[in-house]
Ligand binder design. Structure first.
Ligand code: NAD
Length: 485
């Protein structure tokens, strides 16, 4: 039995509120599509405003006992969740492929990455350290402690349906917060399966509630309007993030925002070109280009631009496109029709401005939402494609002449999430990494994500960090106690 069949047979494909699996209060449903065929897989309830508020009730009721639960107990639940997810990695990977489309090998990698957040935060749960100091005037002690921020609303995107959820659930559990997870409506099943897994490993009722909905604006808005919700942890587009920051302002809700990116990938003339091509394939093509840290703008020094473009185009052309469940597939479909059509239009537009389509450039003639791996050269530095979060397997290449120009080009965007630099000179790599306005920089690496590292952006890419010790701190508030004795 597949995990989807198991969830449906046990009724755990429904809303998880206060430890109960329920239908939506008004019976509404979301149809989940398989992006490789455009056919429906199943339907899940679409939470209403009343369901969202019922989840806030459940989380608020469970909050005091959960905050008082010993950190060791919370740590061991997270450790058990890590082990359970690793044990079931194949079943989860298949589920992710079905509703999200990515290649099976990438789905498996995502599940293991997602599980690592449970393991990492299992360790962090027992490292909520405070401090004590004598005040400079000697009149008192300054005691700082960190307490759970409270009921937390977690809103996640569809591109990493497991990892984006565990990257928030892990630290929230570690900190002693209760929560409502609102997954993307394209991928609700993975979130519900994680809810079921957490229930199995002993997370008490009401601590983790899962409310998929196709009425995100309304339902998330109503939850943010409830003064018991004290935290919003959002991962998604900058556009929606800005809307939610405005809504969160009403009750001054504590916000962590992981928003969009537009990562530059800079290749200097002294780089190892084979390594740069390999890194660009990872940075561009991981998750079919549907990643917030995807290399969107490839800047190559003019002296090596042709050599790089030839080798990179050959690697892109060799990428095997197919349905995600086929183990030989390297690139699956995009998430939905709108995404596939949007990318086709963007490529046509860029070509009409004079860019050369070196490889790909079209939607293949098959069902589902596929797009060919595409390389565009001779892209003008001011082309609109470079100011767009492409979110697909399309790589525009621009040439530069000097280090200063490369830094200016890299910084010429409102986003600042990730950046990549390839050079044989580590001093140059570090100098450029310091000058680039981004929350994360890979030097001679195309893969940077790590649960032990602080993930997040500057400028319009967000506020706060996930993973590392910082990820725990996002779910804690500092209290200062002035004491005399
Ligand atoms: P999105 O902003 O459309 O949706 C994100 C989440 O917000 C989903 O759960 C969605 O249902 C919900 N949502 C949409 N409109 C809403 C509204 N008006 N009110 C409340 N909630 C609303 O993003 P997406 O298409 O799901 O994901 C892709 C985006 O996510 C990209 O911009 C990508 O860069 C970003 N992303 C960022 C990170 C990061 O760590 N910085 C990681 C992954 C994805």
């Amino acid at each position: 039995m597949s995990l989807i069949e198991e969830l449906v047979a046990s009724g755990r494909h429904r809303l998880l509120i206060g430890g109960e699996w329920r239908d939506a209060s008004d019976g509404a449903q979301i149809t989940v599509l398989d992006p490789a065929t455009a056919e429906p897989i199943t339907a899940v309830p679409s939470g209403s405003v009343a369901d969202g508020l019922a989840a806030v009730d459940a989380a608020a009721q469970a909050a005091p006992a959960w905050a008082d639960t010993p950190p060791r107990v919370r740590a061991e639940i997270l450790r058990a969740a890590f082990e359970a997810l690793v044990d079931r990695a194949d079943a989860f990977a298949e589920l992710i492929v079905r509703e999200m489309g990515k290649a099976l090998r990438e789905a498996k990698a995502e599940v293991l990455y997602a599980a690592e957040f449970f393991r990492w935060f299992s360790g962090e749960a027992v490292r909520n350290l405070g401090s004590i100091a004598t005040a400079p005037e000697g009149d008192k002690r300054i005691i700082s402690i960190h307490q759970p921020v409270g009921v937390s609303l977690l809103v996640t995107p569809w591109n990493f349906p497991a990892a984006m959820a565990t990257r928030k659930i892990g630290p929230a559990i570690a900190a002693g917060c209760t929560m409502i997870l609102k997954p993307a409506s394209d991928t609700p099943l993975t979130a519900l399966a994680i809810g079921a897994l957490l229930e199995e490993v002993g997370v008490p009722p009401g601590v983790v509630n899962v409310v998929p909905t196709s009425r995100s604006g309304e339902v998330v808005g109503a939850m943010l309007d409830d003064p018991r919700v004290r935290k919003l942890s959002f991962t998604g587009s900058t556009e929606v993030g800005k809307l939610l920051l405005e809504k969160a302002a009403r009750h001054v809700v504590n916000c962590s925002m992981e928003l969009g990116g537009n990562a530059p990938f800079v290749v200097f003339e002294d780089a190892d070109l084979d390594a740069a091509v390999e890194g660009a394939m990872v940075a561009k093509m991981r998750n079919g280009g549907q990643s917030c840290i995807a290399a969107n703008r490839i800047y190559v020094h003019a002296a090596v631009a042709d050599a790089f473009a030839d080798r990179f185009a050959a690697a892109m052309a060799a990428t095997r496109v197919g349905v995600g469940l086929d183990p030989s597939t390297e690139l699956g479909p995009l998430i939905n029709l709108q995404a596939a059509e949007g990318i086709a239009e963007l490529v046509d537009q860029t070509a009409s401005h004079g860019a050369q389509v070196r490889v790909g450039g079209r939607r293949p003639d098959r069902p589902g939402f596929f797009f060919e791996p595409t390389v565009l050269t001779d892209v003008r530095p001011d082309d609109p494609i470079l100011a767009t979060e492409i979110f697909g397997p399309v790589a525009p290449i621009v040439t530069f002449e000097t280090e200063e120009e490369a830094i200016d080009l890299a910084n010429g965007t409102l986003w600042g999430l990730a950046a990549y630099v390839y050079t044989g000179d580590l001093a140059r790599g570090l100098r450029v990494a310091e000058a680039i306005e981004a929350g994360m920089v890979g030097i001679n690496r195309g893969l940077i994500s790590d649960p032990a590292a602080p993930f997040g952006g500057v400028k319009e890419s967000g506020l706060g960090r996930e993973g590392a010790h910082e990820g725990l701190m996002e779910f804690l508030e500092t209290k200062y106690i002035a004491a005399s004795w």
